[in-house]
Design a protein around this ligand. Structure first.
Ligand code: FAD
Length: 411
């Protein structure tokens, strides 16, 4: 078995890992390695637009070799274990890496087992998701072809990346159905496990108003139980056989479930961290399998040389790419602070929710971990839906991503 040492090893070359590696290089760190088996890098926020008919997969893909920062060593391999006591990382191909500091950011993955029947449903033309590239184009095919019936949009709560953007396909489809003159013939249900559509009160209110404008029945605080693909029925868990949530969207059954039949089902599925995170002792009882970090400094709670950021870290905030604009500089600076003894920077829990309210408008919620507004600019008011915001989110933000964020130009 061959062993290599690097000052900083970054596990995962997604949004978090590439931005951090680039930022470390900009800051003068000479020996940074990135481990990621993916040959293709995805700008995942555009998946929502693929699912809404406003983008293609080609718009969001680049060869991974093109985004790995110059001067970084790239291991195109998969991490299978970390031993934080020995400061080693084991790769599937048999290599072992040792590190000075380790940044753990392998993202989260869809947890089909957490919602029985959901994987089988995805194999049918009546159910889809924007959360995986292989399904996003089919989502638009499914939604755009619907002419009548019942469209159910279900949003799980467990670690769904930037969960509010699951509403993008809903609003893009509802506007499409209105333009096609079929909206009146389609019943639309939005079933969200979270208590709010967005963690920020005003953005939540505006989204509910926008949903109301399309006749969408909105229920929050529901519990998704299972999907019966054959019967095209989503089951909700109810407390002691009573209905979950507000207005009636289906038949309540004894035994604690409520059946919600659908003609088409859009699902934002539950996610979880890769299993090797917990198996390597990097999670703890309170972190639900995610990397257990101090949510302020992003340093591991037990292992001082280990850091966690992005969708796989227990940062007590809505996971999003926008959040990484704040997390990346905190980790980069705190790695240096650990060496120099300087006080560490803290992450506020900043996150974002860019949600289309039509095919022309988008609102942007920006908030801290308590849901308090944390706007990047005071004027104009970005929570109000705007045409300019949709154009920015769809066309300009991807350029900012490839040319600034992935090059470590975050402060
Ligand atoms: C459909 C969708 C829409 C979204 N829309 C928005 C939006 O509009 N705005 C916004 O701010 N955010 C949005 N997000 C969230 C944003 O994309 C994520 O928060 C962000 O990508 C998280 O970055 P990450 O690096 O933690 O994870 P990822 O970007 O998922 O990257 C993880 C990387 O780790 C690699 N990896 C996994 N396992 C291993 C392993 N064992 N060894 C080595 N490498 C491994 C993977 O190959 C991957 O490249 C969206 C996400 C999705 C899925």
């Amino acid at each position: 078995m061959s062993t290599h040492h690097h000052d900083v090893v970054v596990i995962g070359g997604g949004n978090a890992g590439i931005s951090l590696a680039a930022r470390l290089r900009r800051d003068g760190c000479r020996d940074v390695a990135v481990v990621d088996p993916a040959e293709v890098h995805h700008y995942r926020p555009l998946l929502s637009y693929v699912a809404g008919g406003l983008a293609t997969l080609d718009d969001l893909r680049r060869p991974q070799a093109d985004v790995v920062p110059e001067g970084c060593h790239w291991y195109a391999d998969r991490v299978v274990a970390v031993d934080p006591e020995r400061s080693t990382v084991r790769l599937a191909g048999g290599q072992e890496l040792t590190y000075g500091d380790l940044a753990v950011c392998p993202g989260s993955q869809v947890d089909w087992d957490a919602l029985p029947g959901s994987r089988a449903a995805m194999a049918t033309p009546s159910a889809s998701t924007s959360y995986l590239p292989e399904h996003a184009p089919d989502t638009w095919t499914m939604l755009s072809r619907l002419r009548e019936g019942r469209a159910v949009f279900a949003v799980a709560d467990a670690h769904v990346p930037c969960a509010p953007v699951a509403l993008k396909p809903l609003f893009l489809a509802a506007d499409h159905w209105r333009r096609e003159g079929v909206l009146d013939r389609i019943e639309i249900d939005l079933l969200a496990e979270a208590d709010a559509l967005v963690p920020q009160a005003r953005a939540d209110l505006l989204l509910r108003e926008a949903a109301d404008g399309y006749g969408v029945r909105v229920r929050t605080g529901v519990r998704l139980a299972s999907v019966d693909a054959g019967a095209r029925t989503l089951h909700l868990r109810t407390a002691g056989g009573t209905e979950a949530g507000g207005t009636d969207a289906g038949g309540s059954a004894p035994g604690g479930t409520e059946a919600v039949p659908y003609d088409v089902l859009y699902l934002a599925p539950p996610h979880r961290a890769p299993a090797w995170v917990a198996a390597s002792g990097l999670a703890d009882d309170g972190s639900d399998g995610l990397v257990a970090v101090d949510p302020g400094t992003l340093q591991h709670v037990t292992h001082a040389r280990v850091w966690g950021l992005g969708d796989a870290a227990a940062v007590d905030a809505l996971p999003s790419g926008g959040a990484l604009r704040k997390q990346v500089p905190v980790v980069a600076d705190n790695i240096a602070a650990r060496h120099s003894g300087r006080p560490m920077r803290r992450y506020s829990g900043y996150s974002v929710a860019p949600v289309t309210t039509s095919r022309r408008h988008l609102l942007l919620g920006e908030f801290d971990r308590a849901g308090r507004p944390e706007p990047t600019v005071r004027v104009p008011d970005l929570v109000r839906p705007r045409r300019s915001l949709l154009l920015f989110d769809r066309y300009l933000e991807p350029r900012v991503y490839w040319h600034r964020l992935l090059r470590g130009k975050v402060s």
